[in-house]
Design a protein around this ligand. Structure first.
Ligand code: SER
Length: 315
């Protein structure tokens, strides 16, 4: 029987992934943890504990006490925030990963999911249809920590047999919990602002294309990777995940199909340079052929769900 530890259950991914895991593995077998309070849906459906991933002793005692077999480590400082506190962000992101790698090596919690990101790529990477294996010279703190993290994950797999699995998530779009401090977050904010105020000022320029994915597809991809037979995984660094590719102008046009008087203007800030250093689209054929990555949503079908669900949420 699997007993799963989710670290970072109150964040954008964790708040949805925890519920999806509870449906599959049983509420009582998915232990949600974070340093901040989670949404009511998590508190009401199963166990929650305040736990700091940076505190290795506590983390290890927790895993032993609850006989944890799998860990999802979602704790991170995102790209925009990391640029404001480079040293701290590096320490937090790396320490959180190293603690869970050690945990997986030293306890029965051998299977570990850790998200990487399109931020592992940099300005010298081929920008369109970015291959799985290519030039990687990230120039953001967040990207450098993700790239180093991939190397460490693969190292712990080869050297110590840790069952490390990872996806290079594109920008993730969801309506349950807002992200915080990311460069792709405009694509979440824009939907909330469209419903609240019918206008949005975008911090990226209108033609900035980035790879993006709707949260439902990202959760499915994550669980599919974790459930895939080990023999199917040719990579133990991190798999490219492409989703879709669009610009702020494309999202605005998609919203205008439902809200014709929605207005957008553009005031690019420091996050523009981050976005410009990332790929515009991603080749994820290795994940598709290794373990069957698939996705369902395109921009318009995602817009429909986002607008409907945000309306309900704000009503
Ligand atoms: N969505 C993240 C960010 O913008 C990238 O992984 O920071």
């Amino acid at each position: 029987m699997e007993r799963i530890l989710v670290i970072g259950c109150s964040g954008q991914i964790g708040s949805e992934l925890t519920l999806a895991l509870r449906k599959i593995y049983g509420n009582e077998n998915v232990f949600a943890t974070d340093i901040k309070q989670p949404p009511a849906s998590i508190l009401e459906s199963g166990p929650f504990t305040i736990l700091d991933v940076l505190d290795y002793n506590n983390l290890m005692h927790f895993a032993i006490r609850y006989k944890i077999t799998q860990v999802y480590n979602l704790a991170a400082v995102l790209s925009g925030n990391a640029e404001k506190i480079p040293q701290q962000a590096w320490e937090i992101n790396m320490k959180a990963l190293m603690n869970t790698l050690e945990l997986s090596r030293d306890t029965d919690a051998n299977k570990l999911f850790w998200p990487s990101s399109i931020a592992v790529f940099g300005p010298t990477t081929p920008r369109y249809n970015t291959p799985q294996l290519t030039v990687m010279e990230p120039n953001t703190v967040y990207g450098i920590s993700k790239q180093a993290g991939e190397r460490w994950g693969e190292y712990y797999h080869k050297r110590y047999g840790v069952d490390f699995r990872s996806l290079r998530y594109p920008g993730l779009i969801s309506y349950q919990t807002e992200a915080g401090g990311g460069t792709t977050d405009y694509a979440v904010e824009i939907y909330f602002e469209a419903i609240k105020n019918k206008k949005y000022t975008c911090f990226l320029s209108e033609d900035t294309a980035l790879p993006m994915m709707f949260m439902d597809d990202a959760i499915k991809a994550t669980i599919d990777l974790m459930e895939a037979d080990e023999s199917k995984l040719s990579l133990r660094s991190s798999y490219n995940v492409g989703g879709m590719s669009f610009t702020p102008k494309d999202v605005a046009a998609s919203i205008q199909k439902h809200i014709p008087d929605f207005q957008i203007d553009y005031e690019p800030d420091f996050r523009q340079a981050i976005a410009d250093s990332w790929p515009a689209s991603i080749d994820d054929s290795v994940a598709r052929s290794d373990w069957g990555l698939s996705d369902k949503f395109n921009l318009d079908s995602m817009t429909e769900v986002m607008l409907t669900e945000i309306r309900k949420k704000l009503a």
